[in-house]
Design a protein around this ligand. Structure first.
Ligand SMILES: C[S@@+](CC[C@H](N)C(=O)[O-])C[C@H]1O[C@@H](n2cnc3c(N)ncnc32)[C@H](O)[C@@H]1O
Length: 232
C-alpha cells in the first residue's frame, strides 16, 4: 500500500528534526545567542509554551500528560514540575537524547521519554495531551485525524497549535518557496480556523469534545495559534 499523507510527512519530519535541522533546533531551544529573526521565533515560542502551560492545572499531582512531539522537552519538564507524570515522545532520536540530557536530574523517572510516533497506542491513557507546534506541518485533514486518535486516549483536554492561514503567513510561505530545496524545512501547512473548527465540531469521533480556549501568538517570524479541545 502506498504511504498515506500522514506517513509521508512523518518520514520527512523525522529526517528534518533528526538530521537536517538538529543543530539549528538545539540552538533555538537553548539560551545561546541567535540572529534577529530567530530571536522573534524564540520569544514567540516561549510565549506559546507559557500559554499552553497556563491552560493546564497548577497542581498536576496524579495526572498523566502526553507531550506529543516533545522536541527538546521544555514543556514536558515544566509540566513535571507541577507534579504530572509526563510521557514525552518525538520522532527524532537526537532531540529526545538532548531532552533527556537537559531534563533536571530530580525529575528523572517523572518524565518518561520515548522515540516514536505520538499516535502509538502503547503510550497509554492520559488526562491531558499537549502538541505544541508538532502538527503544523500536516494538512488540516491529517491534523483532525491525529486529534481524534489523541482524544480517544485522553479524558480531559487536548491542546495543540496550528499555523493559522493569515496574510503574513502566506507571504512567509511564498518566501520559503524561493529558498533552495535543501535549506527548506518541510512546508508549514496554513490552516483556516473556520474550516478547522467545522471539521472538529462535526467529526463523529469527537462527540463529547468541544473547542474551548484559543490564543494566537504572532511575534515577528513566529505565527501560531493554540486551540484547546475540552471533554464534557
Ligand atoms: C516544531 S518542533 C516542536 C517541538 C516541541 N513541541 C517544542 O515546541 O519545542 C515539532 C516536533 O514534532 C515532532 N513530530 C512531528 N510529527 C510527529 C509525530 N507524528 N510523532 C511524534 N513526534 C512528531 C518533530 O519530530 C519535531 O521534533
Amino acid at each position: 500500500m502506498p504511504p498515506t499523507t500522514y506517513e509521508r510527512r512523518r518520514g520527512q519530519l523525522e529526517t528534518y528534526f533528526d538530521r537536517t535541522a538538529v543543530d539549528a533546533w538545539k540552538r533555538l531551544t537553548s539560551d545561546a545567542p541567535v540572529g534577529r529573526i530567530r530571536a522573534t521565533v524564540r520569544a514567540g515560542r516561549d510565549e506559546m509554551r507559557q500559554t499552553l502551560l497556563d491552560w493546564l492545572p497548577a497542581d498536576m499531582t496524579g495526572r498523566r500528560l502526553l507531550d506529543a512531539g516533545c522536541g527538546t522537552g521544555a514543556l514536558a519538564v515544566e509540566a513535571a514540575r507541577r507534579g504530572a507524570h509526563v510521557v514525552a515522545i518525538d520522532l527524532s532520536q537526537t532531540l529526545v537524547d538532548l531532552a533527556r540530557e537537559r531534563a533536571p536530574k530530580d525529575l528523572s523517572g517523572v518524565v518518561e521519554f520515548h522515540v516514536g510516533d505520538m499516535l502509538d497506542p502503547a503510550l497509554g491513557q492520559f488526562d491531558h495531551v499537549v502538541a505544541m507546534d508538532s502538527l503544523i506541518h500536516y494538512p488540516a485533514n491529517d491534523i483532525v485525524t491525529v486529534l481524534t486518535k489523541l482524544a480517544s486516549r485522553c479524558n480531559t483536554s487536548v491542546a495543540f497549535t496550528f499555523a493559522p492561514r493569515t496574510a503574513a503567513l502566506t507571504v512567509m510561505h511564498a518566501v520559503g518557496q524561493l529558498l533552495p530545496r535543501g535549506d527548506r524545512s518541510p512546508a508549514i501547512e496554513p490552516v483556516g480556523e473556520v474550516k478547522l473548527r467545522r471539521l472538529l465540531a462535526t467529526h463523529p469521533t469527537l462527540e463529547g469534545w468541544k473547542a474551548a480556549r484559543t490564543s494566537r501568538i504572532a511575534r515577528g517570524f513566529y505565527i501560531s495559534q493554540a486551540l484547546e479541545l475540552a471533554h464534557g
